[in-house]
Design a protein around this ligand. Structure first.
Ligand code: C2E
Ligand code: CA
Ligand code: CA
Ligand code: CA
Length: 281
């Protein structure tokens, strides 16, 4: 048994070593990606479930590595969050999102009510320079603040509830709206949800995924929509892939949907194309 234990320890430590090495390699490659412009943005439309007009777009980060190809955000964002590189990446995402979407709004390709939703990591949200950064991005890109929405996860807000409320109120004063991302997967309590100035609640894809098969997911989704409406929030369902899901969400008065049924995340050129086709219909 002792022998086995030692071997296990060795395996464990080799594994650890490998993951530390990978982590270090990734950290170096992320800083190269920033200077060598390997990052780009795609935009996924959000659709009104009442009349199917486009209410906004969510910005999603893409990394095209010269040798390794496409590296998904779920793999490198947690590393960038740990190393702090997410601050630089996040600033770039915020500024580019506002520039690109603001140009579409100003050239009247998108209506002035369109929102651009940007994901904010915990580190960014807690960064003391966040508000100044946002203000300067709004000035540079000339985007109306009402067109900007920030997506925050529950865990970001639960770190320090009191200071999160203050930061959210400051964001709201600028005119920006706040969405809670992946709702239902975090550990926030309803007692806090009612204290946060939240405009939009995004029902996590894990609840939408098994509709209409899973009775529990359907009950939870319907209840979350009803609760959010009582709290005057707009509800967006994530990961809508099928007509059945769409029908269920419409029956339950969900306001907006986002997912492959409507559109995959699109490059700016593809978004342009999508909009012209969508408006013709
Ligand atoms: P998220 O914010 O929950 O973004 C939604 C994810 O679901 C995106 O994955 C999107 O491509 C995917 N998705 C959209 N519709 C469907 C669908 O119908 N079916 C399925 N199966 N998936 C769908 P993506 O782009 O790989 O991003 C993953 C996560 O990485 C995001 O989850 C977000 O947490 C993070 N992320 C992406 N871009 C950024 C960014 O600029 N900043 C930060 N902080 N995080 C980001
Ligand atoms: Ca999001
Ligand atoms: Ca989400
Ligand atoms: Ca997610």
């Amino acid at each position: 048994a002792k022998e086995l234990g030692r071997n296990n320890f060795q395996f464990f430590s080799e594994d650890m070593n490998r993951s530390i090495m990978e982590h270090l390699a990734l950290e170096k490659e992320i800083s190269e990606a920033l200077t060598r412009e390997q990052f780009s943005l795609v935009f996924q439309p959000k659709i009104s479930l009442f009349d199917f007009h486009i209410t906004g777009v969510e910005t999603l980060l893409r990394w095209n590595h010269p040798e390794k190809g496409f590296i998904p955000p779920d793999r490198f964002i947690p590393v960038a969050e740990e190393t702090g590189q997410i601050l630089e990446i996040g600033s770039w995402v915020l500024e580019q999102s506002c520039r690109q979407i603001s140009s579409l709004i100003r050239s009247k390709v998108l209506p002035p009510t369109t929102k651009v939703a940007v994901n904010l990591s915990a580190r960014q949200f807690n960064d003391p320079s966040l508000l100044n950064r946002i203000r300067s991005v709004i000035e540079i890109s000339k985007i109306p603040p009402q067109c900007l929405e920030l997506e925050l996860t529950e865990s970001t807000l639960m770190d320090d509830v009191e200071s999160a409320i203050v930061t959210m109120q400051e964001i709201k004063k600028i005119g920006i709206s706040i969405a809670i991302d992946d709702f239902g997967t975090g550990y926030s309590s309803l007692a806090y949800i009612k204290r946060f100035p939240i405009d939009v609640l995004k029902v996590d894809r894990s609840f939408v995924m098994d509709i209409p098969g899973d009775q529990n997911d359907m009950a939870i989704t319907a209840a979350v929509i009803a609760m959010a409406h009582k709290l005057s929030m707009t509800v967006v369902a994530e990961g809508v892939e099928t007509e059945e899901q769409l029908h269920f969400l419409r029956r339950n008065n969900c306001d907006e949907g986002q997912g492959y049924l409507f559109s995959r995340p699109l490059s700016l050129a593809q978004l342009h194309q999508f909009l012209s086709e969508h408006q013709r219909r």
